[in-house]
Design a protein around this ligand. Structure first.
Ligand code: GTQ
Length: 337
């Protein structure tokens, strides 16, 4: 054994290790992507999601969800290094019972019309394309009073909160938590370009907890009709907290973008892994010599620091979420065109 090896063995007994053998891997020149780029075809996963309702009720499951696991992170319930994604199903008449947890959730509605989620005492009805927020530690339950199955994408910061070991959860003693504000209360107070004078923020999240697709789509159409698309992003917009103009959530950064028909965007990478939903249109995601063809309602993940670009075969709308908001807050977000 060399003198160095002998030294390492001796200090090992005192729970010590040399930095110099590990420095380059602890502090590498640039990020190594975590997870692989992957696409879930909606037409492939939808039958599995619907079949799950023949096996377990939403009540028994608490949340009847099929987790979207990054193929190189199997068993970890992670779509990326910091985020969780799943597809949740609520059949007509079902209720997913009330609970709360320190993780924050977003919902992006894929299918169905008229199911509700109740968050912190207020219900909102969900339609395809709506982006809905469940803030940390707020009571929430979901119900489907409509006559159709409702399916949505869940995005949660589960791995991030687990990293900080700050996970708490509590089940409500009733299936449905109290609803004490009328439908439409939050959009009236906070979602009309108005705010109650003297309003004091009670949460780090946007007080607007449902961003209806109808309004988002109209905004994109108006902008796209009069403006040149960005070369890398097309027409890319952030969902904001109207109280301060920041991202709508403190841990998850949601965006919506319109890519014109026939566009081929320029290569781009950023340090945040992104999960995309194809809301409308179709095309392909290109990564090096790999291309993933996408269609309406497909979901795909691009790990951080992986260069990619898009081509479209129709006017395309993509929803996406990432941990960019956290990286910006702590000053480590980087992007490259
Ligand atoms: O709807 O509260 O996909 O607590 C995972 C954990 C959904 C939810 C998930 C959850 C929820």
């Amino acid at each position: 054994m060399s003198t160095r090896e002998e030294f390492y063995t001796r200090i090992d007994k005192d729970a010590l290790a040399p930095l110099w053998t590990r420095l380059k891997s602890l502090v590498p020149a640039e990020p190594t992507p975590v997870g692989i780029p992957y696409l879930w075809r909606y037409r492939d996963i939808r039958p599995h999601v619907l079949e799950s309702a023949t096996l377990i009720s939403a009540m028994e499951a608490e949340r009847r969800v099929l987790i979207l696991e990054n193929p190189s992170l199997r068993g970890l319930s992670q779509v990326s290094n910091t985020l969780y994604a799943g597809v949740q199903l609520l059949m007509p008449g079902e209720i997913a019972p009330a609970h709360r947890h320190t993780q924050s959730a977003l919902r992006f509605i894929l299918e169905g019309s008229g199911a509700y989620t109740a968050v912190d005492g207020e219900k909102t009805l969900m339609q395809r394309g709506d982006f809905v927020i469940t803030p940390s530690w707020t009571w929430h339950h979901h119900g489907n009073d409509s006559s159709e199955p409702t399916i949505w994408l869940d995005g949660l910061d589960i791995p991030m909160v687990a990293f900080f070991n700050s996970t708490f959860r509590e089940d409500h003693d009733r299936v449905e938590a109290d609803v004490h504000r009328p439908l439409g209360d939050s959009p009236a107070r906070y979602g009309q370009g108005l705010l109650p004078v003297g309003h004091v923020a009670r949460s780090l999240n946007s007080p607007v907890f449902n961003y209806p697709y109808a309004r988002t789509r109209e905004a994109l159409a108006t902008i796209a009709a009069h403006d040149m698309p960005d070369a890398a992003h097309g027409h890319l917009m952030r969902y904001i907290n109207p109280l301060d103009g920041g991202w709508a959530m403190p841990t998850i950064a949601p965006t919506i973008q319109l890519l014109p028909n026939g566009i081929e965007t320029t290569p781009y990478r950023s340090t945040d892994a992104k999960v995309f939903v194809v809301v409308e249109g179709g095309g392909a995601l290109h990564l090096g010599d790999q291309s993933l063809v996408f269609d309406e309602s497909d979901i795909f993940v691009v790990p951080g620091w992986v260069s990619h670009h898009f081509s479209t075969t129709a006017e395309t709308v993509l929803f996406a979420f990432s941990d960019r908001v956290v990286q910006e807050k702590i000053g480590i977000f980087r992007e490259q065109r």
